[in-house]
Design a protein around this ligand. Structure first.
Ligand SMILES: *Cc1c(COP(=O)(O)O)cnc(C)c1O
Length: 383
C-alpha cells in the first residue's frame, strides 16, 4: 500500500545485526560502557535532518506521538484551540485532545488540504496553533497558509505523515512551518514498524520537545542521568535502537521510493487523463509530491461508488477514498463529541470527498495496473 515495506531486505537486517553483534544496547541513551559508541537512533536523526535540510530532529515512537510532542512546545491551557483540517487521519485530532486543547476542524479545498479561507475565518484569540496535513502525499496552499500564520502569530505544525520526501518549492514538506511531524508506521513511505520523527526550525522548540518526550530529562552532558536537570514534567515517547537501525536503512531508499512512486503515478494518469469526466486533485505549482496515491474526482458520488465497485472487481483496492473515509473525515467521528457537534460546517469537505476516488501507488506496480484502472473507468462512466 505504501512502498516502504516493499523494499524491506537484508539492508535493514544488517543494521539490526550490528546491534545484536556489537552494541547489544537497545536504548537510545546511556549504557556508554557497553554500546561501543553505536547510537542507531541518534544516527537516524542526524541522517534524517540532513536529508530534508533541517537543523534539529527528534525521533519518537510514532507519528501520533510526534504530533503530541510537537504540541508540548505550546504550554496549552484548557480553552485553547488548535486548528486542523477535516480530511486527515483521526490521530491529528487525538493529539490535540491529549494535549488538553480543543480541536477545530476546517474545510478542505480542491487540494484536499486545509482551505486557507476557512482557516483564517476560524482563528480567534484562543487559537494557538494549526496542524496542516499533507494528505496522501501532496501539500495544500502552504504559501498562503504560512502568511496567515505569521500575520496572526500562530504556530505552524505540519503533519507530514504522508509527505516524507515531498517538497513545496525548495522546501521539503515538514520544514516549511515551525515543526514537522513524520510517521514511520507500516503503511507509510518509509517504515520502522512503528515510529515517528519531528523536525524543528527553532532550537528552543527542539529542546522543550526533547525534554518532554523523555520525562523532562534535559540530558545535561555534565550530569549523570539519575541526577539530570529538569524544569517540567513530561512523558515517554523515546524511540528504541531497533527502530533507529531499520530507519537508517529505510531512509537510504527514500529518494528512490518517491521517484518510482511519481513515475508510476504518471503512468496511471497518462492512461486515464483523457476522460473528460474526471478531474485530477489540484496540486500547487512547484510542489514535488510523494505520489502515495493518485486522487481524482468524478462528476457525482454515484459515479465514484460505481468506479469503486469496478476497481474492486479488477482486484484494485482504493485507498481511503471512498471506502475508508470513516477514519479520515471529521464529519464521521461520532465518538469525538466536540468535533462531531460542528459537523454541519463540513458540508464542503463532504461534497469534495464523496466524489473522489484514490488509487494506491505501489513501488512494484504490475505492468497491467494502469490499463486495469482504465477499463474500470470505462465501465463505470460509459455504461
Ligand atoms: C499515519 C498518520 C498519522 C499517525 O501516525 P502513526 O505513526 O500511525 O501514529 C498521523 N497523521 C496522519 C495524516 C497519518 O496518515
Amino acid at each position: 500500500m505504501s512502498p516502504g515495506y516493499e523494499l524491506i531486505s537484508q539492508d535493514e537486517l544488517k543494521e539490526l545485526s550490528s546491534i545484536f553483534k556489537k552494541s547489544k544496547t537497545l536504548s537510545r541513551m546511556g549504557f556508554d560502557k557497553i554500546r561501543k559508541n553505536i547510537f542507531k537512533v541518534k544516527e537516524f536523526e542526524k541522517l534524517f535532518k540532513k536529508k530534508i535540510n533541517s537543523k534539529y530532529a527528534l525521533a519518537v515512537t510514532s507519528g501520533t506521538a510526534a504530533l503530541r510532542v510537537a504540541l508540548s512546545t505550546l504550554d496549552l491551557k484548557k480553552n485553547d484551540e488548535v486548528i486542523t483540517q477535516s480530511f486527515t487521519f483521526v490521530a491529528t485530532a487525538e493529539a490535540i485532545i491529549e494535549a488538553g486543547a480543543k480541536p477545530i476542524c476546517c474545510n478542505i479545498d480542491e487540494t484536499l488540504n486545509l482551505d486557507p479561507l476557512d482557516f483564517e475565518k476560524k482563528i480567534n484569540k484562543k487559537t494557538k496553533a494549526v496542524i496542516v496535513v499533507h494528505m496522501l502525499g501532496a501539500p495544500g496552499h502552504m504559501g498562503l497558509i504560512k502568511k496567515i500564520c505569521l500575520k496572526r502569530k500562530i504556530k505552524l505544525i505540519e503533519d507530514t505523515a504522508w509527505g516524507c520526501g515531498g517538497k513545496y518549492g525548495n522546501d521539503y514538506l515538514g520544514t516549511i512551518g515551525d515543526i514537522g511531524c513524520f510517521s514511520f508506521d507500516f503503511a507509510k513511505t518509509i517504515t520502522t514498524g512503528e515510529g515517528g520523527m519531528l523536525v524543528f526550525k527553532k532550537k528552543k522548540d527542539f529542546e522543550i520537545a526533547s525534554a518532554w518526550h523523555d520525562h523532562g530529562h534535559e540530558n545535561n552532558p555534565k550530569l549523570n542521568r539519575w541526577e539530570d536537570s529538569r524544569k517540567k514534567s513530561g512523558f515517554n515517547f523515546r524511540m528504541n535502537e531497533m527502530q533507529g537501525a531499520v530507519g537508517k536503512a529505510q531512509l537510504k531508499k527514500l529518494s528512490k521510493l518517491v521517484k518510482k512512486q511519481n513515475l508510476n503515478y504518471r503512468k496511471i494518469w497518462d492512461e486515464i487523463k483523457n476522460f473528460k469526466e474526471i478531474k485530477l486533485r489540484e496540486i500547487p505549482k512547484n510542489s514535488y509530491i510523494t505520489a502515495d496515491a493518485l486522487i481524482f474526482s468524478l462528476q457525482s458520488k454515484k459515479q465514484a461508488l460505481k468506479l469503486r465497485k469496478e476497481l474492486l472487481k479488477r482486484n484494485i483496492m482504493t485507498k481511503i477514498l471512498p471506502e475508508a473515509i470513516n477514519w479520515h473525515f471529521a464529519g464521521k467521528w461520532e465518538h469525538i463529541k466536540c468535533i462531531f457537534a460542528n459537523r454541519s460546517q463540513l458540508k464542503k469537505t463532504q461534497t469534495i470527498l464523496s466524489k473522489s476516488v484514490s488509487i494506491p501507488i505501489f513501488f512494484n506496480m504490475d505492468k497491467n495496473f494502469p490499463s486495469r484502472v482504465k477499463s474500470a473507468l470505462i465501465k463505470a462512466i460509459r455504461s
